[in-house]
Design a protein around this ligand. Structure first.
Ligand SMILES: *Cc1c(COP(=O)(O)O)cnc(C)c1O
Length: 428
């Protein structure tokens, strides 16, 4: 704790809240954050030398675990040739070829530097291609911090109490229409009220920034058919689900086609990368082919591409990653559920693929309203006890636990044992 606390005091003098991204400040759990010095496989170490089993996994990118030798080597080799050229390179072609082969319904890719940028650009493309201005998003879904997406956003925006950020112009927010996740009627109503004006519906196919809430049967299919009927585009924000639920992401996992798909997190292997992708016809609206402008000095950066390409190749060649992480998450979720039952704790454990989240409520959570019923004080207490016992979780309720390929049976069993103790203590 000592060195973390010292660093945090210094950090608060020079970084707003002591951090470069709000959730890291641990405000939702009311304690100072741990500063991290290194990570390897399923483990992470803080600057005081304490080791944890890590379920944050850098918020998703580290699907193979930390410091994977294949990715590390690719980065080391790339670095030897220079860090950035601002010119086309071979790895950019190779990663786009690989992505279009692994993911259904995409023919062209544009690389950017973050998930936020991917979404921002995808929305511009949807508006440019349809000539319409309004967009539909879902309350509690997080799509990065661009102006028009910071309306009723999930994740740390919500934990920090500002799902609607200051500084977003009213004129921008007015074009973002708000629907309810897993509620098709709420979507159709918005189309009815705004005939011919909606460019796109953007959705996290699995809502993973309100905890984890999966789509109910028919929800994604229903969005597809509403969009087709209304001439709007369907955007899957797969910044979390892409290359995680399956090689082809949520489109493959749920068998529903999206028009534009956004990526981030996993495709950078831990480096800052995002991308948006779609059919050739759509993507050729983007500059220099078409009138939708979008550019980036460091886009397709050779070191970042090397990391991403190495990770995606590994995933392509090792389909057992997907069965293993899903089985690991099954084991974890079942173990946590049994622990909750044994302790008589009113806790729901949601799981989709390798994504898991507990909610401290006796009721099933299938919507944003349901997620909000979770007892946040209980989450904070649970978080603190888990951290103390060497389990590193997201320091806020409205996030996911990520099971990686590096988590062993033993790691999962140890985690379940700790959860069992902690749930018992919490229900005393
Ligand atoms: C993390 C996330 C983003 C934003 O990505 P950044 O790289 O943090 O800008 C967008 N959409 C979803 C679904 C995310 O989980």
């Amino acid at each position: 704790m000592e060195r973390s606390s010292e660093l945090f005091e210094r950090a608060k003098q020079v970084l707003p809240g002591g951090v470069n991204s709000p959730v890291r400040a641990y405000r939702a759990v009311g304690m100072p954050p741990r500063f991290i010095s290194k990570a390897d496989g399923a483990y992470i170490w803080d600057v005081d030398g304490k080791q944890y089993i890590d379920y944050v996994c850098s918020w998703g990118p580290m699907i193979l675990g930390h410091n994977h030798p294949v990715i590390r080597q690719a980065v080391q080799e790339a670095v030897m040739n220079g860090l950035s050229f601002g010119a086309p390179t071979q790895p950019e072609v190779e990663i786009a070829e690989l992505m279009t082969r692994m993911v259904p319904n995409i023919e062209m890719v544009r690389m950017v530097n973050s998930g936020t940028e991917a979404v921002m650009s995808a929305l511009r493309l949807a508006r440019g291609a349809t000539g319409r201005e309004k967009i539909i998003k879902f309350e509690g879904c997080y799509h990065g911090h661009s102006d028009c997406m910071l309306v009723k956003a999930g994740s740390s925006a919500m934990a920090g109490g500002c799902p609607d950020s200051a500084g977003v112009p009213a004129g921008t927010a007015k074009d973002t229409l708000m629907a309810q996740y897993n509620d098709l009627d709420s979507v159709q109503r918005l189309f009815d009220e705004n005939p011919g004006q909606v460019a796109c519906v953007i959705v996290e196919p699995v809502a993973a920034n309100m905890g984890v809430v999966g789509p109910q049967p028919g929800f994604l299919e229903g969005l597809r058919s509403i969009c087709d009927k209304e001439g709007a585009l369907l955007i899957f924000d797969e910044v979390i689900t892409g290359f995680r639920l399956a090689k082809g992401g949520a489109q493959e996992y749920f068998g529903v086609r999206a028009d534009i798909v956004t990526f981030g997190k996993i495709i950078g292997g831990g480096m800052p990368v995002g991308a948006y992708a779609g059919s050739r016809e759509l993507m050729e609206h983007v500059a220099p082919c078409g009138p939708v402008y979008q550019a980036g000095t460091l886009a397709g950066n050779p070191v970042a591409m090397a990391a991403g390409l190495a990770q995606l190749r590994y995933l392509d060649e090792h389909p057992e990653v997907y069965t293993t992480i899903a089985a690991g998450a099954d084991k974890l979720a079942n173990g946590m559920r049994q622990a909750a039952q044994a302790a008589g704790a009113g806790v729901q454990i949601n799981q989709v693929g390798s994504l898991v989240a507990p909610f401290f409520t006796p009721d099933t959570v299938a919507s944003f309203a349901g997620a909000k019923r979770s007892d946040l004080k209980k989450y904070a207490a649970y978080f603190a006890k888990m951290l103390e016992r060497g389990i590193y979780l997201a320091p806020a309720q409205f996030e996911a636990m990520f099971v990686s390929f590096a988590h062993t049976e033993e790691d999962l069993e140890k985690t379940i044992a700790v959860v069992k103790d902690v749930f018992e203590e919490l229900s005393r």
